[in-house]
Design a protein around this ligand. Structure first.
Ligand code: F3S
Length: 296
């Protein structure tokens, strides 16, 4: 039996940069606390390793406001020292302003592909265009993107919502996508808007890393008898990989670590495929790969 591991499995360029940034701060012995706004990636193993090394996760806006209040307090003991790292998803404009108000050093590890979307949305909405974001409304990346619009902004989660979208057709729209959106569903969504006579400027902002990962996962799943997708439970790009693989290979498993893997090999299995989301470390992929190679 053969095992194929996708070449584009695991950390993408943006996640690598964000995670490396935090480890560099630890290695440098940065003064004061090292904070990340939200977990640096959707991977519990990495996040708990960072916690053990003293990195603190700021869980939300209230915690940030407290840091700002402490900074403004007359009690010097309350004032924090240190650095806040912004993760690859980016943050909303409101959060960015609060982070700066804390007075701590800021390292912005927002992925350049996400930054580009902030720029497009800011510029297009300042020209008076209404913005449509194709993605999941409650994903932090999308929340950040939405915050850069000054006027009307809508979030559409796929073709079905696009079909129900019924707004003023006299207006001009600019449409962007969450970087990790399913590219096939993005094309279907775009077609629906075009067919429904919206005057729409399409900017495909699905990032290269996602595109390559999804194309390769689909190719492998099409020929595999069983497919394993490794990714964090909260990782949206990993879940999308799972959907794509499941469409091509009924026996697709979604796991976080090797412990979750309960492979039930049925009949004559010749090929097992493995891929992983952008926030899955190499060592987990290797563990799964070695296990499958030695046990099946
Ligand atoms: Fe950036 Fe794409 Fe990764 S947007 S963080 S390279 S999935």
């Amino acid at each position: 039996m053969d095992v194929i591991v996708a070449e584009h499995a695991g950390f993408c360029f943006g996640v690598t940069k964000a995670v490396d940034t935090v480890y560099e701060q630890i290695d440098k012995g940065t003064a004061g606390n090292i904070y990340t706004y939200g977990p640096i990636i959707h991977n519990e193993t990495v996040v708990s390793d960072l916690e053990k090394k003293g990195v603190k996760v700021i869980e939300g806006i209230e915690e940030l406001k407290k840091l700002v209040a402490d900074k403004n307090s007359s009690d010097n003991d309350k004032k924090s020292q240190g650095t806040i790292v912004i993760r690859s998803h980016g943050v909303t404009r409101e959060v960015q302003a609060l982070i700066e108000e804390t007075g701590l050093a800021v390292i912005d590890a927002t992925c350049p592909f996400v930054k580009r979307i902030h720029k497009v949305v800011g510029e297009e909405s300042s020209k008076g265009k209404s913005i449509i974001v194709v993605g999941s409304a409650n994903h932090p990346e999308v929340e950040g993107i939405v915050s850069y619009a000054d006027g009307d902004v809508y979030v559409i989660d796929g073709p079905e919502s696009a079909a129900k979208f019924d707004k003023n057709r006299e207006l001009d729209y600019t449409l962007v996508a969450q970087t990790t959106f399913n590219k096939k569903k993005f094309q279907e969504t775009v077609e629906i808007f075009k067919n429904n006579s919206y005057n729409i400027n399409i900017v495909n902002t699905i990032c290269n890393a996602t595109d390559e990962r999804q194309t390769e996962a689909e190719e492998i799943a099409s020929k595999a008898d069983a497919m394993i997708v490794i990714g964090g439970a909260h990782s949206s790009n990993s879940r999308k990989l799972y959907e794509i693989c499941k469409e091509k290979c009924a026996d697709t498993y979604f796991i976080q670590t090797l412990e979750d893997l309960h492979l039930k090999i049925k009949g004559n299995v010749k090929l097992i495929g493995i891929t992983a989301g952008a926030s899955t470390p190499k060592n987990i992929i290797e563990e799964v790969q070695n296990y499958v190679r030695t046990n099946f």
